[in-house]
Design a protein around this ligand. Structure first.
Ligand code: F0G
Length: 458
């Protein structure tokens, strides 16, 4: 066997390039002030390396662009839909596949039918749009992740796992209030942490015993399957496609954002086995998204996703993807910069509360750190902490569980030298962390305030 090389290479070459926004420190200062110190308010041309999200920001392949040309824009019965449906069913053989314009549209349509006041929807951790859609239907979104999943320094290999004891107790005592059990793979809100196959099998068995359907929020299913292959005993020789099909077989349906592991810039779907539920979901789809063979997407988008689903389960791609995220995490750990460990699939999360102990949570240490990364080097990350989660519907404010900055890595977009640059920027900011200020909000309170709030240092 040939000796492996140390260097991770991107398993593609670049055919089309897009210039980056190179700015001066003065320009960045001005941009920060104009945006009210809210990185969502920046003009993206003022951002050099954009790690705000991995959603819809990846690069498509030459074959996906070819699919864009092949796209058939017929209103009904488009062959693009047939290719999309076949690609989804190849991995997730559910009877019904319903396209939507993105993940949250699938969530809204599903929860409109299964959630109502008095019901409880458990998950390992609901993503914020999932939680918002559950709550909009009047139901309770309950997070049941294992204790290790709440501890940034625990090295448990599957910190996205569902707490089986807590789920069993819920189903034994309140089965009639639980219309569906969700599992998010990977667990984005908990640090992009994977869920083990053993845990998925156990959740599925519990659900079947109690007659409750199990659904996947499968946005990053391929990354989760690769981490199962790498970390779970007995899985290292399996094909990722085989692991994904096993996971699909444990569930009764799924919601999906194709903007992540669909390798597409837009799109999503809702899938399930239940004929009656599917009929009702399609009726609502026609009202709000579109006809069931396009669901709010163009035919060309369906073709881009169909091809993306082939490329995302390629082992060379996944090895590179997961290694390159770990590369950033390992470099920061080696420099003693506090991060959530072990590094998950799509992002590295900086522990701002640990790095800025002098900034109290209600002065937003995560936001302070995110602002400084932009100021120092034009790198845009995203606060996931008290600014995002601290304000409650009754107007009170409390510290979030953690104050993090997520550096999410778009797929196939940045090279290793871009990431080396990010490492340098984080290192410089960390060196002067004790001098970073706290912030206060100077705009009126608003729901989902992290998108619109204006802040000032204090
Ligand atoms: N579920 C999870 C786990 C997600 O991460 C997202 C989106 C969604 C559902 C909703 O999908 O955006 O297509 O409507 N996450 C993005 C992020 C926005 O930045 O993590 P969508």
């Amino acid at each position: 066997m040939s000796r492996p090389f140390r260097t991770i290479i991107e398993p593609f070459r670049i055919k089309s390039v897009e210039p980056l926004g190179i700015t001066t420190p003065e320009r960045r200062e001005e941009a920060l002030r104009a945006a009210g110190y809210n990185l969502f308010g920046l003009d993206s041309r003022d951002v050099l390396i954009d790690l705000l999200t991995d959603s819809g920001t990846g690069a498509m392949s030459a074959e996906q662009w070819a699919g864009i040309q092949r796209g058939d824009e017929s209103y009904a019965g488009s062959p693009s839909f047939a290719r999309f449906e076949a690609a989804v069913k190849n991995l997730f053989p559910f009877r019904h596949v319903i396209p939507t314009h993105q993940g949250r549209a699938a969530e809204r349509i599903l929860f409109a039918h299964v959630a109502r006041p008095g019901t409880i929807i458990p998950s390992n951790t609901h993503f914020d749009t999932t939680r918002a859609n559950v709550e909009a239907a009047g139901a309770e979104a309950r997070d049941l992740v294992i204790a290790e999943g709440r501890d940034p320094s625990s090295r448990h290999p599957f910190k996205g796992n569902v707490d089986l004891q807590a789920l069993a107790t819920l189903l034994e005592t309140e089965r009639e209030h639980v219309p569906v059990v969700f599992v998010t793979i990977t667990n984005n809100s908990g640090g992009g942490q994977p869920v083990s196959l053993a845990n998925l099998r156990a959740v599925s068995a519990l659900c079947r015993r109690h007659g409750v359907p199990m659904f996947l929020d499968a946005c990053r299913f391929a990354e989760n399957a690769w981490l199962v292959r790498e970390r779970e005993p007995g899985q290292s020789d399996r094909d990722v496609v085989d692991i994904v099909r096993e996971i699909a077989g444990l569930a009764d349906g799924m919601t999906m954002s194709a903007k992540k592991d669909g390798l597409s810039n837009t799109g999503g779907w809702l899938a399930m086995n239940d004929d009656d539920l599917a009929r009702r979901c399609r009726n609502l789809l026609v009202l709000t998204e579109g006809f069931p063979t396009y669901g709010g997407l163009a035919g060309r988008d369906l073709d881009a996703i169909a091809r993306g689903l082939v490329e995302v389960v390629d082992h060379d791609y996944l090895r590179y993807r997961i290694r390159s995220t770990a590369y950033l995490g390992d470099a920061l750990e080696a420099r003693k910069i506090p991060i959530v460990v072990p590094v998950g699939g799509h992002a590295v999360y900086l522990d701002a509360r640990a790095l800025l102990p002098h900034v109290p949570p209600l002065r937003y240490p995560g936001q302070s750190l995110a602002i400084e990364l932009y100021r120092e080097g034009g790198v845009r990350g995203c606060e996931i902490g008290t600014l995002m989660f601290g304000l409650h519907p009754d107007g009170t404010e409390t510290p979030a569980m953690l104050d993090l900055v997520r550096l999410a890595i778009p797929r196939r977009t940045y090279t290793q030298s871009h990431i080396d640059y990010v490492i340098e920027v984080v290192e410089r900011v960390a060196a002067r962390a004790p001098s970073l200020p706290g912030y206060r909000i100077v705009s009126p309170p608003a729901p989902l305030r992290h998108f619109t709030a204006r802040l000032e240092p204090r």
